[in-house]
Design a protein around this ligand. Structure first.
Ligand code: FAD
Length: 342
């Protein structure tokens, strides 16, 4: 082991994942920057081991111990870089807490990230699944990022096109992006801002609050209030947010389903396909509030699976599989998990 890397061994990960699933890492390193990754890469023993890049652990499910090196991204720092094309460029290190970073931008009157308030996790993870909520996705306000390439040892800059963002997707989830460790992310925000109220629930809440000309900060506060009402706080009940992606199906399949299920919740996509509400499908199968072992379906939101106390990853997986089987049998639709299974 390199003497200049503070590696811990057999390290507990229970408090480092929001599902609160018990798991241990064979080796564990808090990473502040590229230098440590370069040293690790140069070590033949460590470089050959499986790697897990860990942020806030809010989008993964441990199904056992991790027999490799956990790289816990801890780099801190955020700065305003300056203006370009009427946008203010703001950069944050990967280990910054996402919500604290969003609030910091809003407190400066910069708009763009308000709809993504209160999402757990780190800045470095936001581009990985192109984090999205209330009609805004990371890609909408993304400028570029810096990543360390564990395959080549290079530090690379990637723009939005290079990140290949999609719905809960990016290059980092593909084989060609798996060696990239995000070090920092730059966003293009704006002071000359108009709210994104495409999401009906948010628009209604803004109207009810009597805000005819809301500020980014006010929208952020409303998003927070909605989320606190609907979603379980991971500090109180273990969960990873939405457990399944909303399935996207061809228009013809949606039309066929509507004949049998006229109340089917669906949203037309720009490419003609239809996005179905996974939470509605799960609810209709009778799973809301139900449990299997120590894993359960959150009573207020069927899309969220929760740790009822002491659950193992395998119990959450068993519940997820049972839900997937029921939704498939009733609607012929495959539900794809959103968190990464480790
Ligand atoms: C209550 C709750 C609500 C949520 N709501 C939303 C929501 O509205 N919208 C949404 O999109 N998500 C949501 N999530 C999911 C989650 O918060 C986001 O996906 C978040 O971006 C994950 O960040 P993290 O730092 O916890 O990543 P982790 O869970 O630690 O990691 C997730 C994945 O990203 C990789 N990764 C992490 N950091 C880096 C890095 N620096 N470089 C390379 N790879 C990295 C990991 O290897 C892993 O594959 C929610 C989760 C919870 C618990």
């Amino acid at each position: 082991m390199p003497a200049n890397l503070p590696i811990l061994h057999d390290h507990p990960l229970d408090s480092l994942n929001t599902f609160r699933i018990p798991a241990r890492a064979r080796h564990y390193l808090r990473v502040d920057g590229a230098e440590q990754l370069a040293i690790l890469r140069a070590d033949p023993v460590l470089a050959a081991l499986p790697r897990l890049v860990l942020g806030g652990g809010s989008n993964l499910l441990f199904t056992g111990d991790f027999d490799g090196v956990v790289l816990h991204m801890a780099g801190q720092g955020k700065e305003v870089l300056g203006e370009r094309d009427g946008k203010v460029l703001v950069r944050a290190q990967a280990g910054e807490n996402w919500h604290a970073f969003v609030q910091w931008t809003l407190s400066q009157g910069l708009g763009g990230l308000e709809n993504l308030s209160l999402i757990p996790g780190t800045v470095g993870a936001a581009p990985i699944q192109n984090v999205g909520a209330y009609g805004t996705e990371t890609k909408d306000v993304f400028d570029s990022l810096t990543a360390f390439d564990m395959a080549t040892g290079d530090v690379r800059t990637l723009d939005a096109a290079a990140c290949r963002f999609g719905y809960r997707d990016s290059i980092f989830k593909q084989p060609e992006g798996r060696d990239l460790v995000v070090l920092d992310v730059t966003f293009a925000l704006t002071a000359a801002w108009t709210p994104n109220l495409r999401y009906a629930e948010l628009a209604k809440a803004v109207e009810e609050a009597g805000l005819s000309a809301p500020t980014p900060q006010e929208i952020g506060a409303i998003v927070e209030a909605i989320r606190r009402r609907k979603l379980p706080d991971p500090a109180e009940i273990g969960n990873a947010g939405s457990f399944f992606k909303n399935p996207v199906v061809p228009q013809e399949q949606c039309a066929r389903l509507l004949v049998e299920f006229p109340n089917l919740v669906h949203h037309a996509q720009a490419d003609g396909s239809e996005k179905l509400a996974a939470g509605w499908l799960i609810d209709q199968c009778g799973w809301k509030g139900k449990s299997l072992g120590r894993a359960g379906v959150y009573p207020k939101q069927a899309l969220v699976l929760v740790n009822l106390g002491g659950a193992l990853g395998s119990e959450v997986v068993a519940l997820a599989r049972a839900i997937q089987a029921d939704v498939k049998a009733r609607y012929g639709v495959e539900l794809e998990p959103e968190p990464v299974f480790i």
